[in-house]
Design a protein around this ligand. Sequence first.
Ligand code: MEV
Length: 441
Amino acid sequence: MSAASNDSTVTQRLNSRIAKFRDLSPSDRLTRVGEVAGLGQDTVAALRGGGVLPPKVADGMIENVVGTFELPLGVATNFTINGRDYLIPMAVEEPSVVAAASYMARIARDCGGFSTSSTGPVMRAQIQVLSLEDPHGARSRLLSNRERILEAANRKDRVLIELGGGCRDIEVHVFESTPVGPMVVLHILVDVRDAMGANTVNTMAETIAPLVEEITGGEVRLRILSNLADLRLARARVEYTMEALATAEYPGERMASGIVEACALAVIDPYRAATHNKGIMNGIDPLIVATGNDWRAIEAGAHAWAARSGRYTSLSRWEINGAGRLVGTLELPMAVGLVGGATKTHPAARAALELLGVESAQELAEVAAAVGLAQNMAALRALATEGIQRGHMALHARNIAIVAGASGAQIEAVASVLAREHDVRVDRAREVLAGLGKDGQ
Ligand code: MEV
């Protein structure tokens, strides 16, 4: 099922198509975003950044705090997902990511936008049992005590039960031969609702450990969640018409077949799959970071899922359907939360979630999948045609201009010379800068 509404009665909270957004100054962009999304002054101030995370709060979040670390926060425009418009907050240091996602979303928008779905928010935790004479007997005893185990796990977290979540089921995995003898691993499967769920499932796993020892007669060691969140999947799909794909230089058919061929290499070859999937995560991670979620968990889950067959492969698929449309699909674990951790403590993360306007962790997961698919499409589209360096270098040139000491109007002036000359180096930027006045003339 889809967490983001999929019917034609969708009420639009905002219009994510903001004309000439790129041409505005950062401050004017923020004003526009605030107006379009109806944000309050505090939210707008939190998105502006510049010391929004108070040292006291930062000191409470991790240890040995000495300061805070800032990243650029961009907003990807044009996203329509299940008929609803979204503005996507993205915290990232890499140029061209936000522009590429926005551009792909714009083309997708003309073709009906993204469709998404997801499983329920079910996380797994593992309880490792050692020192067993009869691992299969232990498995059988655990399975026949399923109700007791569920009851013990759920006794601890009344709030989760009231919210409709809780430990739903168990699995028992037997490893007859390991370097340390036979091993049984009990999995608890927990609906964590709108939490990322690590704390919830870890607490449950620790709580039931004595019961597991009693039932199996073994010794419990590890009690920890699995980041291979294969019961918490988010999926996105997009279809592009050939007309929408066509550019002045390339017909849509050439673009589509190039994308399908590029994806084929990622499907068969782990060397390419790693880079292909990195391109997907280029879209997902910035949203995960901006919303204060655990991007290491998302990365770990994505790559473990990509390798689940025993061979690392592409997370997405691109094909041409019977109607002659290019169809992209993506499915991956997405353990994100709206409650707990930095999602609540970090003012900018709270503001990013408000801008996004999602109502559940499942909806956030689906939006993340759609952004990942858009980002993947952008990379493949460039790789299948002119290569990524032309667009990338144009944006990278701005960074190099700043490193060389350019400011204000000088940045664009220096960057455009570097991009035109295909010579994006700091020493050349310094030379160009030396020949310019303060106004960039
Ligand atoms: C660069 O950050 C990401 C790409 O390498 C992704 C890809 O190759 O698909 C462009």
